[in-house]
Design a protein around this ligand. Sequence first.
Ligand code: NIG
Ligand code: FE
Length: 419
Amino acid sequence: MTKPLFVRRAAQLVTLRGTSETPVSGKRMSDLGIIEDGSVWVEDGTIRYVGHDSDVLAQVGERLSEADQIDARGKVVTPGLVDPHTHVVFAGSRENEFEMRLSGATYMEIMNAGGGIHSTTQATRNASEEQLYQETLPRLDRFLQHGVTTVEAKSGYGLSLEHELKQLRVAKRLDDDHPVDIVSTFMGAHAVPEAYKDDPDRFVDIVIHEMIPKVAESGLAEFNDVFCELGVFTPEQSERILTAGKEHGLLPKIHADEIEPYRGAETAARVGAVSADHLLRVTDAGIKQMADAGVVAVLLPGTAFFLMTEAANARKMIDAGVPVALSTDRNPGSSPTESLPFIMNLGCLSMNMTPAEVITAATINAAHAIKRGHVIGSVETGKQGDLVIFDAPNVAYMQYNYAVNLVDTVVKKGKVVVK
Ligand code: NIG
Ligand code: FE
C-alpha cells in the first residue's frame, strides 16, 4: 500500500469536470472547471477527492496525517497532459534534412528522393529491438519532464510486417517499463516503400491482407492510421485500409489534408475515424463533415512551425463545432520535440486559440482522440491520478511565459515521478 498523495491549495486547479463522455467542442472548450484554492486527494493511483481545500479537508478528516502532502500554493494544477499523435519509436535522426530544408529543399522533395520517412525506415529496420528501446527511452523521459503522462505512438517506420511488429513490441515494453503510458497505433501505410514505388496498390494489398490481420491478432495496436496525401496514399486507398482495420477491430485514424487538400477530412468522416490529424489544408466541406460525424481534429502546430508553413485554422474548426486536440507529432522529420507545452504556446500564438482552449485540447480532448476520455484528461473522482503542477499563477501565464518548461511536479498514478 502506497501512501495517499494530497496536492493542496492550487491557485487554480483545472478540473475539466463533466467532460469524460464525449469530446469537448465549441464554447465548452473554454470551460476549464477551475477551482481556486483547489486540492486533490489521490489514493491507490486513483483520484478520490477533488474540491476547494476546505471541502476536501472535511472529507479526508482524520486521515490527513496518512498522506504525503504537496503545497501547490501560487501554482496551477492540471490533469496530466496527453499527446495523442506521435511517431516516437524510431532509430536515428535527420538533422541533415533539416539543414537541406533551411537551404530551400521541401519536405516532400526530400521524401520523394528517398529521404524523409524512407531514411528513418532504413535506420529503424537496421536497429535491433534493444537499440530501438534504448533510443526511445530518453524521449519518453523528456515527455514526462514536460508534463506529458500518456502518449499515443505509431509504428510506420518498418513498412513490413516484421519491422512494424518490432516497433509495436518496443512500444509495449516501454509502456510496461516507463511511467508514461503508451497507446499504440499501427501505421503500416505511412509511406509506400521504395520496392513498391511502381505498384503502390500491391503494397496496399499487403497492408490489408497480410499486415492488418497479423497486427490485430498480436493485440499490439488499438488504432490504424494512414498517411492520406497527394503522392502517398489516395483517399480511396486510405478508405480501403481503414475499413480493413475496422473489420479487425482497429479503430481508424488518418493523417489528413496536411500538405494538399485531398479529401482527408471527408474520408475520416465517412469511415467514422476517431480523429483526423494535421488538417492544414482542410476544406470547409471537410470541416462540416467532421463536425457532423464527431471526428476529433488533432492539430499539430509544431509541425507547421518546423516545416515553416502556415498552421491549421483552429478557429474555423472550433467555431464549426469540431472538437480540437493538440499534439507534438513527435517524429524525426517534421517535428522533433517532446514539448507539448510549447505546442500549446503555438496553439495560441500561431492558431489564435485561447489559453483555456489549449488546455482542453492537450488534456481531455487529447484523451478522447485516443479513446481514453473515461480514464484520463480531467481531474475527477475515479479517474487515474495523473497530475501536473505548473510554476505559474494562472492558466494564461502558462502560455504567456512561452517556450520555457514551467513544469514543477508530475504525478503519475498517484506517484511523484518528476520533482
Ligand atoms: O505526421 N506526415 C507524415 N508523417 C509524419 C512525419 C514522419 C517523418 O517525417 O518521419 C508527420 O508529420
Ligand atoms: Fe504524424
